[in-house]
Design a protein around this ligand. Structure first.
Ligand code: BG6
Length: 488
């Protein structure tokens, strides 16, 4: 089955950080796929901007190499058509040079969509936005996209938002959380709101607890410099994990429109039970990986990758989170994320309650509670564990089986990367899958006390061996409640 796509209107996409890592790994491959799908109109251009001094031709050669290195399959004629869209402008945002050249490259195209994508260090968000305004580059159809991290705490996030907001209107600002662009994350919305089955059960009467795991096998490697200033709480929990939690926990929005969905997510963030020093030490576990084995090979410790003797930065977080509202009171949400864990798995597990009374005798076996598993990666799909009668003669024996839907097996389509959808939504001006300012700030409001508490805690993060599921305290966190982390 081919991927369906609706062409977008003509655009100029200006990528700041056009020779950087994100452009290399994600943006260029995503745009190529949209080209191949026929979604990019003839009159669309991509203007790459970076400090390096390159000609259009040199940049195009670099982009060709980059695509060949990152795409599994590539069609020569599609690639050559795609590369013709590229222009290059050398601009130094710190020194303020190159803006006239960018102005010239854009001039005469005031009537097409103009999208600025800031794939640069966050301290440049403000200066670049201000310069875009100062150089008169904002048209009626202009939007700006920024990548996380937006700030390093509530105060700095609000300052960044304030500066960008003094140049662009909120409807023009697209704050990316790429987890929202993942296929299965959107499927969570479809599952909840396009079926009658789940919504009546989606509350504390029927759900015992929820687990959200985003586990990676990679370490921080060459990103250690940035990562050491962030840590897993800022890098993953403040954004990706809390956004997933919001989609699981939010009330049905009035429509799928951007503000309806974001209003409901905001209510969840505002209902997160605030943590004090005591609950932080009890319900939040931080860890840091030491050397071990991952994906079959020996790997170094975080400190070795960082090149330091010590660091308080956490590469793992497990948390027990509560949502103080009628729907979720008393239902813990267990979150866990980390680098160098046993396998790369991102999933949401909805653990239902046990049946109130069994009509079967002891020979039938244990009746296990239902479980709905939404697998984000690697093998996207939805699995529902239900009890059935063991087939065959003899007495009534029960067993749990999965109703398993693997997307790869069910649909013969390539699952698009999150950036493909997000880039096209941004061009279209659809903000549903982007974070609004108040959401970002509400998430920081919940995170800030944890950061402050950890900053003054002399105890280092708990050490865990690479290739395991994190520090034993994270296992104890859930087991002391009589529950266990889901493992297949
Ligand atoms: C990024 C984090 O936002 O998400 C990285 O900065 C992390 O540290 C990445 O590795 C994980 O994304 P994905 O799509 O590979 O699960």
């Amino acid at each position: 089955m081919p991927l369906r796509s609706t062409p977008v209107l003509p655009f100029d996409l200006v990528v700041f950080g056009g020779t950087g890592d994100l452009a290399h790994r994600k943006l260029l491959p995503a745009l190529y796929h949209r080209e191949e799908a026929g979604q990019i109109p003839a009159d669309a251009r991509i203007i790459s901007v970076s400090r390096r001094s390159l000609s259009d031709e040199q940049y195009i050669d670099w982009a060709r190499e980059s695509l060949l290195g990152h795409l599994k399959s590539i069609k020569e004629e599609v690639m050559e058509r795609f590369l013709k869209r590229f222009h290059y402008v050398s601009l130094n945002a710190v020194e303020g040079t190159g803006w006239d050249a960018l102005g010239e490259a854009l001039s005469g195209r005031e009537d097409v969509i103009r999208a600025f994508y800031l794939s640069v260090s966050p301290d440049l968000f403000g200066p670049i936005c201000s310069a875009i305004g100062k150089h008169g580059l904002i048209t009626e159809k202009t939007r700006v996209t920024i990548e996380k991290p937006i700030g390093k705490d509530g105060k700095s996030a609000s300052e960044v938002n304030e500066t960008i907001g003094s140049v662009f209107k909120e409807e023009q600002i697209f704050r990316i959380d790429h987890y929202l662009g993942k296929e299965t994350v959107q499927n969570l919305m479809a599952l909840r709101f396009a079926n009658v089955l789940f919504e009546p059960l989606w509350n504390s009467n029927n759900i015992d607890h929820v687990q959200i795991t985003v586990a990676e096998t990679l370490g921080v490697e060459s990103r250690a410099g940035y990562y050491d200033t962030a840590g897993a709480l800022r890098d993953m929990v403040q954004n990706h994990l809390l956004q997933l939690l919001c989609l699981v926990a939010m009330e049905p929005p009035e429509s799928s429109g951007a503000n309806s969905v974001r209003d409901e997510k905001l209510k969840v963030l505002n209902s997160l039970k605030a943590l004090d020093a005591q609950s932080i030490s009890r319900n939040m576990i931080r860890g840091q990986y030491r050397a071990g084995a991952s994906a079959g090979g020996a790997v170094s410790s975080y400190l070795d990758e960082l090149g330091e003797d010590r660091s308080q930065t956490e590469t793992f977080v497990a948390a027990k989170v509560e949502i103080a509202n009628w729907r979720w009171a008393g239902v813990p949400f267990y979150l866990r994320t980390g680098k160098r864990l046993a396998s790369r798995i991102s999933e949401i597990v909805i653990q239902f309650r046990e049946i109130p009374h069994s009509i079967f005798n002891a020979d039938a076996g244990v009746i296990k509670a239902n479980q709905l598993i939404i697998r984000l990666q690697p093998d996207e799909g939805v699995k529902m564990h239900v009890m059935i009668k063991d087939p065959g003669s003899g007495g009534m024996r029960l067993r749990q089986v999965p109703l398993d839907m693997s997307f790869a097996e069910t649909f013969e389509v390539r699952s698009p990367d999150a950036y493909e959808r997000l880039l096209m939504d941004m061009i279209r001006g659809d903000q549903t899958l982007f974070m609004r300012r108040d959401e970002v700030e509400a998430a920081w409001k919940w995170i800030d006390p944890i950061l402050k508490n950890w900053a003054k805690d002399p105890e280092p993060p708990k050490s865990y061996t690479s290739g395991t599921w994190g520090p034993s305290a994270s296992i104890a966190l859930i087991e002391r409640d009589g529950r266990t982390w889901h493992e297949e």
